[in-house]
Design a protein around this ligand. Structure first.
Ligand code: ADP
Length: 657
């Protein structure tokens, strides 16, 4: 039954609780993931916007340089170039090339500023078409048509040739391509072919074609971003053609402390580089911006073809370009996030106050800015990276505590319920046994009384001595009956709290002696040796004489009932620490120490073969203890040296008057 109950308890309560707990934890995880996604989504929108703003600014700067660049430097290029530099703060070091890429200005033989010298130093070989420089292209747009195609059909139409063709048609200037997923409109002016189209129809068609082109670009970028397989395919294809995939300067996704390891590897850049000569870059185009890494520092070269075929250009002024780009950024700092731009070396262009200790290369989210600004990243960080993590930890902890608390409460209340049930069942069983025992106890003395009284009535025992003995036995059996009935009645009174005591000053020694003497004949007839000793002298206590007598009788009755071979009862009176002790000692079967506390419980009987044979209600000690306590004392049960038990009633000694 116990096992059954436990199983039922587990199945009905703990299992659903465990399931609930698991569901709760999952819900938290999902909620966290959802919040994170939402934050990322919001940041992504901001970053995309920031990137498109910067791309727009790059286009504007290109336009500005194009319109301000001297149309024809004429015979005095120096003055025209100086005028250009004066006019536009974007112009750093202007230069002029002949149609066959000879440097016309700055020349080594003229008086040169240090900036001119440095220009020649770093760019001469490139602009004179002697050495190529890595040119960056958006790989997703470069291989746009192949992103959707299965790998088997990749490369159809002849590899590099096809790319070249595409560059010349679909991508007239690689530098005009936008960063993922924002496909910017053409950065600079359209190729000359478009300008010559006179028919309006044609213009509309061209515009429509452009729109669809942009749409396709955007689709390709989105697909490239989401489809790992397509991405891998495209990078592999680029690698086959010797185009180098750059590694990004940041590891996005590392903003949350919870995922400290996430994004530890830097992903590949969407911009691949391929060495190209100046003649290749400028072929078929009118103007452009070329990013160059000079000693790890990004420099922009602007160029424009003049009517004569000469090429005028400049190194773009770094500080001016940066300040214009930053001018288009949204607020760097908001309570939720930090949004900034990292330069080619992963350093933020603007550092918000107090954010300088951050690992800038590990943003939550980042977007590459443009192929004109390779390695630049628009990056977003949680304003307080610890806050999100600690909030998540806090929620988890709280949930953990709640779940643990719930388990503890359920387990505790379950245990209490189980125990209550068990003790109720035990009590019910004890009550049944009690009824059987009491009936038995009533029956035994009644039988003897009836037997002796019938014998006396019928005059079957003429011996006067024997007749007296019979009468004596009848009296003591009647007393036993009375005691039993008193016990039962008293117990029910005590249960209802209705038992009253009439306390008076009395000598407990005298009272105990009287009780012992009263029982002596019967006990001795039953083979007991009975001894009484009073070491206390007058032992005055405040007590109800009848109740105290009843308690003592119960103890004596037990000493008699639970003695087997050695039938000896000692009653002693002592005085210790202001209390009077009445001890009833026997040499009976004794009580195991573990049971000593339990025997005072109502209906409790030791589970022994002897107890089973001895009639009893399980109430004797309960009542004795209740009386002792009601009289301001207590009762103890101790093992007796040499075997047997000692029951000790302790009562406070009354103060002398
Ligand atoms: P009962 O009517 O069974 O005697 P009690 O409340 O007087 O009820 O005693 C409770 C149990 O304590 C008894 O059943 C018995 O097992 C044990 N007990 C009481 N007194 C003694 C004793 N003197 N020696 C051994 N066991 C005892």
């Amino acid at each position: 039954m116990k096992k059954h109950l436990r199983l039922l308890f587990f199945a009905a309560v703990l299992v659903p609780c465990a399931v609930l707990a698991v569901l709760a934890v999952r819900a938290i995880d999902r909620e966290e993931a959802f919040l994170e996604k939402r934050l990322q989504g919001a940041l992504d929108v901001e970053l995309t916007h920031a990137v498109s703003m910067m791309q727009d600014e790059i286009r504007r700067m290109g336009d500005e340089l194009t319109t301000t660049a001297p149309a024809e430097a004429g015979s005095d290029p120096r003055a025209a170039l100086a005028g250009w530099k004066k006019m536009s703060p974007l112009v750093g070091v202007p230069f002029l090339l002949s149609a066959d890429f000879r440097i016309l200005w700055p020349t080594r033989d003229s008086f040169l500023a240090r900036s001119d010298l440095s220009f020649l130093n770093w760019n001469r070989e490139f602009v004179t078409d002697l050495k190529p420089t890595p040119i960056f292209q958006n790989v997703a747009l470069l291989y746009r048509d192949q992103i959707h195609e299965p790998p088997a059909t990749l490369g159809k139409g002849g590899g590099a040739g096809e790319i070249d063709a595409k560059e010349k048609t679909a991508a007239p200037d690689s530098s005009t391509r936008g960063a993922a997923p924002v496909a910017t409109p053409r950065l600079l002016s359209a190729p000359p072919a478009a300008k010559t189209q006179a028919s309006e129809n044609k213009a509309v068609q061209t515009a429509l074609a452009k729109v669809s082109e942009i749409q396709q670009d955007q689709q390709a970028l989105a697909e490239f971003e989401q489809n790992d397989a397509a991405r891998k395919r495209v990078y592999d294809e680029a690698a086959k053609k010797g185009q180098k995939a750059e590694t990004r300067t940041v590891s996005p996704g590392a903003g949350f402390q919870l995922k400290a390891d996430a994004g530890a590897n830097r992903p590949e850049s969407i911009y691949i580089s391929e060495p190209k000569r100046f003649s290749e870059v400028t072929a078929g185009r009118e103007e452009g911006l070329i990013p160059r890494f000079i000693e790890d520092k990004l420099t922009l070269l602007f160029w424009k073809r003049q009517a004569s075929g000469r090429i005028v250009g400049c190194v773009v002024e770094d500080a001016a370009a940066k300040s214009r780009l930053l001018g288009r950024l949204p607020a760097v700092y908001s309570p939720a996030r930090i949004l900034t731009v990292l330069d080619e070396n992963g350093r933020p262009l603007v550092i918000p106050e107090g954010g300088s200790t951050r690992d800038w290369r590990r943003p939550l989210l980042a977007r590459e800015v443009s192929e004109i600004l390779p390695r630049w990243e628009a990056a977003a960080y949680p304003a307080d990276p610890g806050a999100l993590a600690s909030q998540a930890r806090g929620t988890r902890l709280l949930m953990g505590i709640l779940i643990a608390g719930m388990f503890v409460v359920i387990a505790a209340s379950g245990t209490v319920i189980l125990n209550t049930l068990r003790s109720e069942m035990v009590l019910a069983r004890q009550k049944t046994t009690f009824v059987t025992n009491v009936s038995h106890e009533l029956k035994t003395p009644l039988t003897s009384i009836r037997m002796f009284s019938e014998m006396l009535k019928e005059g079957r025992q003429p011996d006067a001595e024997k007749q007296r003995t019979y009468l004596g036995l009848m009296v003591s059996e009647t007393e036993r009956l009375t005691r039993l009935i008193n016990n039962v009645l008293d117990f029910s009174k005590m249960e209802k709290g209705k038992r009253t005591y009439s306390k008076m000053r009395l000598d407990a020694g005298l009272l105990a002696e009287a009780v012992v003497e009263n029982e002596r004949i019967r006990l001795e007839q039953a083979g007991f040796s009975v001894a009484f000793a009073n070491a206390a002298g007058p032992a005055v206590v405040e007590a109800d004489a009848e109740a105290l007598r009843q308690a003592l009788l119960n103890l004596l009755s037990n000493a008699e009932k639970y003695s087997l071979s050695i039938k000896s009862i000692d009653v002693e009176i002592r005085r210790t620490d202001g209390s009077i002790r009445i001890e009833v000692k026997d040499r009976g079967i004794g009580i195991p120490p573990a049971e000593a506390g339990k025997i005072f419980k109502e209906f409790y009987r030791l589970d022994r073969s002897l107890t089973a044979r001895v009639p009893g209600s399980g109430l004797g000690l309960t009542i004795a203890r209740r009386i002792a306590r009601d009289l301001g004392g207590d009762i103890e049960c101790l093992p007796r040296d040499g075997g047997g038990s000692v029951f000790r009633i302790i009562l406070p000694e009354a103060k002398p008057r």
